[in-house]
Write a protein that binds this ligand. Sequence first.
Ligand code: RTP
Ligand code: MG
Length: 141
Amino acid sequence: MALERTLSIIKPDAVAKNVIGEIYSRFEKGGLKVVASKMKHLSRSEAEGFYAVHRERPFFGALVEFMISGPVMVQVLEGEGAVSKNRELMGATNPKEAAAGTIRADFADSIDANAVHGSDSLENAAIEIAYFFASTEVFAR
Ligand code: RTP
Ligand code: MG
């Protein structure tokens, strides 16, 4: 598998629960390195732009409201097969369906407040990383 980078967000619910460190530990134990990181409170237009692919979906309004409800941690993760590895560590979108031991099974409350975001393809990872980070803010480690 190739060395990849993916965009991860710890969503407002998990930041409020004070589990940033526990989630970073899952990434590190899973073989992913944090190569960029920042805390941000997204503006409405930033959240709408980030989730623009879901604009027409019925849950779009609720998703944006949730994502701007408090600060988030945004990070770039690097590792072998990082995109799929991160999705594996995250678990299913709906925490009720997430496998035991995944981040969403352990820290998410609902399909809306589901603790983390992870890019769903290598192509989207590149777009999402560029959405939040200048190339000078991502570090080779
Ligand atoms: P994410 O983009 O946040 O990593 O989540 P995901 O790939 O697992 O799920 P996605 O289909 O991209 O949906 C984005 C977020 O929208 C909310 N959602 N609600 N009520 C619903 O049916 C529904 N479906 C999706 C979730 O919070 C999901 O994380
Ligand atoms: Mg998604």
